[in-house]
Design a protein around this ligand. Sequence first.
Ligand code: GYE
Length: 319
Amino acid sequence: MKKALAAVTVAFTACLASTVSAQSLTVGFSQIGSESGWRAAETTVTKQEAEKRGIDLKFADAQQKQENQIKAIRGFIAQGVDAILVAPVVATGWEAVLKEAKEEEIPVILLDRQIEAPDDLYLTAVTSDQVHEGKVAGDWLVKEVGDKDCKVVELQGTTGSSPAINRKKGFEEAIAGHSNITIARSQTGDFTRTKGKEVMESFIKAEGGGQDICAVYAHNDDMAVGAIQAIKEAGLKPGSDIKIVSIDAVPDIFKAMADGEANATVELTPNMAGPAFDVLEAYLKDKTEPPKWIQTESKLYTAADDPMKVYESKKDLGY
Ligand code: GYE
């Protein structure tokens, strides 16, 4: 009798274990939108990483609006998801909704942007060091121009977003000791090509045709690509008359480099979700607390780095 009971117990336990392990996680993802090639790639990669892990990903596109993100997060909480990923469009205004998630014991992970809130409101943030990115871009320009006078125009990212705040800070730190390099104009292009072109057109007009603009520092490649268009339409040569330095390392900036129309970019990986899902699974399994910040790499690429080879390696990654 005992043997039979033991056999039944073993079978039941095995069945239970297989049911639990087969149970897939349901994760809500509040994505900012599709404002840039990099953002599109992040969405593609996040869906791929979820699929690889058998995670049921509920995707919500906020069309660049914080109120849509907050609505989506509340919807995920109501659905009782196991966890929530958020790419926060701006750095402030998140405490109330993150407190609601915390009350329901739903872990939240920030992707690619930081927020100004107590860090017990989120499990971790997977982002680059955006101040460092700005510094890498500024250091490149300092080396490029030497002691020649250089008037810079800056295309900022979305106003109030952590990358816009931090990339500005890092670039200014890099040029601080070089009085020959000055930022003459600085305005948001909202991380988009269209706006980047429009703002660059206004800079060129305001600067009497743009002949004495030495460089564009764009907080992302998409605004840089827009600026390149505007510079060409003004009859100037991007990449030589006006140097172009930006951030993201999307495929199209490497095409521009190969054409001699862009000079440098700082790489940002679109795979923030892989590290996020890894620490989430460990946390849900046995409450392993991850560090509050998981930093992704930043690598400088210039026209000397075989741009078409890099373009080929990136062109099918969902940008
Ligand atoms: O650089 C840009 C996107 O949040 C760091 O957002 C990210 C930025 C990225 O629009 O292309």
